[in-house]
Structures are given as structure tokens and as C-alpha cells.
Ligand binder design. Structure first.
Ligand SMILES: C[S@@+](CC[C@H](N)C(=O)[O-])C[C@H]1O[C@@H](n2cnc3c(N)ncnc32)[C@H](O)[C@@H]1O
Length: 258
């Protein structure tokens, strides 16, 4: 890995086919046993619990960020079975709209089934089919707009394992000639920060939880493709030591939009 670039080899976890197959299987398991809601990523590190604890603390300490309040709209990128949003509804004082996006229609159908069983037709929890890396998709009228808190647990990790390329319709600088200075096609981890910068409003928060990238790598991924997303806070996880090297298995970093 170079000092200023971050690359991961692509793998099946970077393909939509993999996720479609997984959620088809998990739906079948759920239909046989309603206690089985499938895999929640990073549960062995208590990620959901830590993330919700972090959000609750931001709320309780009344951080001077107007976007964090009981009515905040929270979205979850690559929501999978929707578990993070369900746990937020059950274990936090956030009462606003919760919206999960995923590019696998099977994830959306699965999350809706779990929702129906546990929350009935609660209109404030929604799941929407969306490839978050396709800039044009965010203009879809069916997609809710105006988010205060954006969560990503394991989705940037999956994106980094994909070899898909995306149309770059962003300019880094108003004066730049797009054709000359900007690459036409970008990898997922290059377009992701640009999309986030676009959909985020001032003082909204993006909290990314990753097992593929450490603190410095995640900061670099975001900072090298955007100017307005700044490091805000991080969640601490237990540190292990192996062969004289210290590290955490996962990291969660919050960025704020200036
Ligand atoms: C590692 S799983 C994490 C699932 C869930 N966030 C969790 O923590 O259990 C990655 C998720 O991202 C979704 N995903 C990957 N690329 C995506 C994209 N471009 N747009 C929307 N969802 C995507 C996959 O379908 C999958 O549900």
C-alpha cells in the first residue's frame, strides 16, 4: 500500500450477487425461525452497542451541533437486515425518521419483513432500494432527503472490495476543466466521499465503522476526495496487542460537514 493511496484487492464481498444470495438465504432462515435475523456485522466487537452509546452520549451531552437532537433523521448506508436502525429505535431517544438504503433488493425486502414483525407498519422506519454510489440515484423523488446523521457499518468496507467503476460527475474545483483535470471513472472508495459531501447538509454527521481501514486510512480516504468533511470524533474499541503491534479490530470515525 502506498503512502497516499489505499487499495484493497477485489473480492466476492464487493459484488451485489454475493449480497443478493446472502439475503435470500437469510430471509429463508428468518421465515423458518423469526428469532434468526441473520448476520449483524462486527457484533463480536459490540459495534451496534458502541455506536448507539456514542449517539446517545452526543444527545445527552447536548453537543453544540444542531443536527443532533431527538428528531434527527438518521440514515443507514448498506443497511443489510436493518438491525442497526431497529436497535436505535429500541435503545435510544432518537424519535425521528430512520431510513436504511441498500443496493440489494433482497436486503430491503428482508429488513421490511423484520420490521413488520417487530414494529408493524411504523412509518418512521423505512427501507429503500438504492445504489448509494450512483450520484443520479439521489435525485430519485422516492428517496427521502435531508439527513442529520449518516451511518455506515461495513458498507465502505464492502465497496472497497469491489472493482466497479462509477461516472464522476463532480468537479473538485469550480474552475477546473472536468475533462482535463478530473478522471471520468472513479473507484467506489473515490466516489463515496464525493457523494457524501453532496448529500450532507451543514453540520450533519457521517459515522463510518470499518474493519478494513484503520483510523488514519479512513481519514485519508475521506480527506483526499473532499474538502468539506472534517474529522469530528471517534469511538474507542478495546485494543489488542499481537507480536508487539497494537491495534483495534474495528474503528468508527465521525466526520462533520462544514
Ligand atoms: C458488510 S455488509 C453490512 C451490512 C449492515 N450495515 C451491517 O452492519 O450488518 C455491506 C452492505 O452494503 C451493501 N452495499 C454494498 N455496496 C453498496 C452500494 N453501492 N449501495 C448500497 N448498498 C451497498 C451490501 O448489500 C450489504 O448489505
Amino acid at each position: 500500500m502506498g503512502e497516499d493511496t489505499i487499495n484493497l484487492n477485489h473480492s466476492k464481498l464487493g459484488t451485489q450477487e454475493y449480497w443478493d444470495d446472502l439475503y435470500k438465504l437469510e430471509t429463508k432462515n428468518f421465515e423458518e425461525n423469526e428469532q434468526d435475523i441473520g448476520e449483524c456485522w462486527f457484533n463480536d466487537s459490540d459495534a451496534e452497542y458502541k455506536i448507539i452509546g456514542f449517539l446517545n452520549t452526543c444527545l445527552e451531552e447536548q453537543e453544540f451541533v444542531e443536527t443532533i437532537n431527538e428528531s434527527s433523521t438518521i440514515i443507514d448506508l448498506g443497511t443489510g437486515n436493518g438491525s442497526l436502525l431497529f436497535e436505535i429505535r429500541k435503545n435510544s431517544d432518537f424519535k425521528g425518521k430512520l431510513v436504511g438504503f441498500d443496493y440489494s433488493q433482497f436486503s430491503i425486502d428482508f429488513a421490511n419483513k423484520i420490521k413488520e414483525k417487530n414494529f408493524g407498519d411504523d412509518k418512521d422506519i423505512e427501507f429503500k432500494h438504492l445504489d448509494i454510489l450512483n450520484n443520479k440515484n439521489w435525485y430519485n423523488t422516492d428517496i427521502p432527503k435531508d439527513y442529520d446523521i449518516i451511518l455506515d457499518k461495513g458498507t465502505l468496507d464492502a465497496i472497497a472490495l469491489s472493482d466497479n467503476l462509477y461516472e464522476n460527475d463532480f468537479r473538485d474545483n469550480e474552475n477546473e476543466n472536468e475533462n482535463e483535470n478530473n478522471k471520468k471513472l472513479l473507484k467506489g472508495i473515490e466516489i463515496y466521499p464525493k457523494i457524501m459531501e453532496k448529500i450532507m447538509k451543514k453540520n450533519s454527521i457521517l459515522l463510518i465503522t470499518s474493519c478494513n481501514f484503520n483510523f488514519n486510512e479512513l481519514k485519508l480516504i475521506i480527506s483526499q476526495s473532499t474538502k468539506k468533511l472534517k474529522y469530528w470524533k471517534r469511538i474507542d474499541y478495546p485494543v489488542f496487542e499481537f507480536g508487539g503491534v497494537k491495534g483495534s479490530t474495528i474503528c468508527s470515525i465521525a466526520f462533520i460537514k462544514e
